[in-house]
Design a protein around this ligand. Structure first.
Ligand SMILES: [Zn+2]
Length: 198
């Protein structure tokens, strides 16, 4: 029994890894109108989007509206929606899929200087989080969650999908030059700046 359970675990780990490994391809998935996290049966119309690199801090939108613009938001709206607030006070509300929800679930992510590779769809006021980076000067480290036992990565803080043990927040250095080929930077994080449409 132990053997079959192990085999099942191994398969589940492989499956989870394969799913995760396909995530960079989620850019392609989204081109046919489906999100990476719920690319099941739901069909949605084709939407154009652009990939942006935006930097700032993750905040609760209602708090930020009150603080930045004096909008007296009601208490029940307080933790309804997350947003990225740039250093120069622009707000990018986040669509809350698994990656977006990681900011709700893990307070540590709301205390970091964050850069997002985010997708902004034509006609939508919110952005979809694709990759999450921690800033350290001009360096970026990609953040995700890692199970040391199963060697699989996950998008949010929770018991491991496979072994159910706690997972750890992982930081990995990234090549910013490559990143700049994937997404257009907005704001102050990188140069050259291009703030025309922000
Ligand atoms: Zn595990």
């Amino acid at each position: 029994m132990g053997f079959s359970r192990q085999r099942r675990f191994a398969f589940m780990c492989w499956l989870a890894t394969a799913c995760f490994a396909s995530m960079p391809g989620s850019i392609l998935l989204a081109q046919d109108g489906r999100t990476s996290d719920e690319a099941g049966d739901q069909q949605t119309p084709l939407r154009r989007y652009e990939n942006l690199l935006i930097s700032g801090k993750i905040v609760w939108l209602a708090d930020a509206m009150q603080r930045l613009f004096g909008v007296p938001t009601v208490s029940e709206a307080r933790k309804r929606m997350l947003a990225l607030e740039t250093d120069d006070g622009k707000l990018f509300p986040l669509a809350e899929d698994l990656r977006g929800r990681s900011f709700r679930k893990d307070e540590r992510l709301r205390q970091e200087e964050i850069t997002l590779l985010a997708r902004r769809y034509e006609g939508a006021p919110v952005v979809q989080v694709v990759r999450i980076f921690e800033r350290d000067g001009n360096q970026l480290r990609e953040l995700d969650y890692w199970c040391e036992i199963c060697a699989i990565a996950m998008f949010e803080d929770k018991p491991c999908d496979c072994c159910q043990e706690p997972i750890e927040l992982r930081r990995r250095a990234v090549d910013v030059t490559k990143l700049l080929r994937l997404a257009r930077p907005l704001g102050h994080a990188f140069s050259p700046m291009d703030d025309r449409q922000s």
